[in-house]
Design a protein around this ligand. Structure first.
Ligand SMILES: Cc1ncc(COP(=O)(O)O)c(C=O)c1O
Length: 495
């Protein structure tokens, strides 16, 4: 797709000129606190009445002695040598990194949220009410009858969903079903979930439009089908228009339809997976409801199901007791068991609740409208081709003759985070882009200027990128397979 090039935004190099901070002292980057000014603190143990055995105690400890400004500046400098969602846009398609509003952090930090998980039900009625209401919100948003809040991430939610499907088939004497169908464009976690759940994974090709190929689906379905896992819009951002027919085909052979909720922000308030015929789904709350991503710490991936599957949900769940009984925990009749300590990552769920409650119906509608508008605006302003349309909240551009990985590295030089690259493979040299609903027009223009400047860059520049960041090009395989987790001196191999 092409649109007005960088000219419309002024020269991209000027507009997006960027140099990441490099704090250097002597022969290394910002020294560690422990390297700054070591002070040995003696512990006076004369009156030590510690019950700990002598060989487990010590009488001195090395601690850096620093003033508050030195401490704060150290962490501020470190934060300037990296890129994060608080420093600029992060248009990762599918793996969406959305800005997390600070008010939800405030709500999660309220002292009333710090309840011990072992407290009696009668003394944590407020906590249980929040969980109950969140189950209800999510159920209504997804068109699901019952929800568990326990799973700690989207992928964990998928696994719970597939375990529920397995328990359901087993319960109905259909434990022989041993196949899960996954479109070839699906997220890697879908394949992994099905395999980890003990199923044979049947990969489903896409048609020329980038959607589910109905003939291929017909051929893949059989009495061995346990489930079809699908996201809608799919990973190309395209709405699966035949979803009702797909649901009917899956149900006709006795299979279940699983919804990967990663793309729910495109539908919020407009369409519901439950109404499309999905039986079980997970909610990626970090994508849809602006909570932190589970990959970087505690996350959440609640799972919703239709009535028929509710008895198999993890235990315990929260319900409103009869009359004045208040809220209580209960174990569903055929529960698959516990999948997380207590009720899941509670404070992430508090943030989810706060976000939904603050936005309300109108706000959620506005979020999905802006998610789709922003993706379409950005796609129309970049010079790279977008082969599949019309898309919703994300689009997949092709880097064409350029290497998508080089494009990504070079975008860092313009002060923006790159999109997801090289996936889905249906698009050659894929640049999978999701600006999200939280970005302004100005930020989208800055992103477009960066894309378009990189589109003009020659091979030599691309291969040398990034050149304006603190760390230059790293060997990604080594970084993933044998990460070096200690601080390094300047000039050492940066891989
Ligand atoms: C389509 C899709 N499904 C599932 C997941 C897995 O979610 P999580 O990263 O929360 O485990 C992702 C990644 O975020 C995704 O993009």
């Amino acid at each position: 797709m092409s649109g007005p090039s960088t000219g419309a935004d002024g020269d991209a190099n000027d507009r997006a000129r960027y140099d990441q901070a490099r704090y250097v002292e002597g022969d290394q980057y910002e020294p560690l606190l422990s390297e700054k000014d070591l002070t040995r603190v003696e512990i006076d143990d004369e009156d030590d009445d510690s019950p700990l055995p002598d060989d487990l105690t010590r009488d001195s400890v090395e601690l850096p002695e620093l003033s508050e400004p030195e401490l704060v500046r150290h962490y501020t400098r470190l934060s300037q040598m990296i890129y994060g969602i608080d420093s600029g846009p992060y248009p990762l398609g599918s793996c969406t990194m959305k800005y997390n509003p600070k008010f939800t952090e405030d709500v999660a930090a309220l002292s009333s949220g710090a309840v011990h998980p072992d407290r009696s039900e009668s003394s944590v009625q407020g906590t249980l009410e929040l969980m109950y209401r969140l189950q209800d919100y999510l159920g209504r948003i997804g068109g699901m009858d019952a929800v568990t809040l326990q799973p700690p991430a989207g992928a964990a939610g998928e696994f719970v969903g597939i375990r529920i499907a397995a328990a359901y088939h087993e319960h109905n004497g259909e434990g022989h079903r041993d196949e899960v169908i996954v479109p070839e464009s699906a997220h890697g976690t879908n394949f992994a979930t099905a395999a980890l759940g003990g199923y044979d994974v049947v990969s489903l090709p896409s048609n020329d439009e980038g959607r589910v190929d109905l003939e291929a689906l017909e051929a893949a379905l059989s009495e061995d089908t346990a489930a079809l896992m699908l996201t809608n819009p799919n990973t190309l951002g395209l709405f699966e228009r035949d979803i009702e027919e797909i649901a009917e085909m899956v149900h006709d052979v006795g299979g279940l339809l699983y919804y990967d909720g990663a793309n729910l922000n495109a539908l919020l308030g407009r369409a519901r997976p439950g109404d499309m015929g999905f039986d079980v789904m997970h909610y990626n709350v970090h994508k849809t409801f602006a909570t932190p991503h589970g990959g970087g710490g505690p996350g959440a991936g609640p799972v919703g199901v239709v009535d028929e599957l509710a008895p198999f949900l993890p235990a315990p769940r929260v319900r409103a007791g009869d009359g004045d009984a208040g809220y209580e925990l209960f174990d569903p009749d055929h529960t698959i068991g516990k999948v997380h300590g207590y009720q899941g990552n509670w404070l992430v769920l508090v943030k989810t609740f706060a976000y939904i409650a603050r936005l309300g119906d109108e706000g959620l509608l506005d979020a999905s409208a802006k998610a789709v508008l922003n993706a379409n605006y950005l796609a129309n302003r970049i010079d790279y081709e977008v082969p599949y349309e019309p898309f919703h909240h994300e689009f997949v551009a092709s880097a064409g003759e350029q290497d998508a990985a080089d494009v990504a590295k070079r975008m860092l030089d313009y002060g923006v985070h790159p999109p997801t690259t090289k996936w889905p493979e249906i698009v050659p040299e894929a640049l999978m882009t999701e600006p999200t609903e939280v970005e302004s027009k100005d930020t989208l223009d800055r992103l477009a200027a960066a894309f378009n400047a990189v589109a003009e860059d020659d091979d030599e520049t691309l291969e040398a990128a990034p050149e304006r960041t603190t760390a230059r090009r790293i060997d990604q395989t080594s970084a993933a397979r044998s990460p070096r987790l200690s601080w390094q001196a300047l000039g050492e191999d940066e891989s």
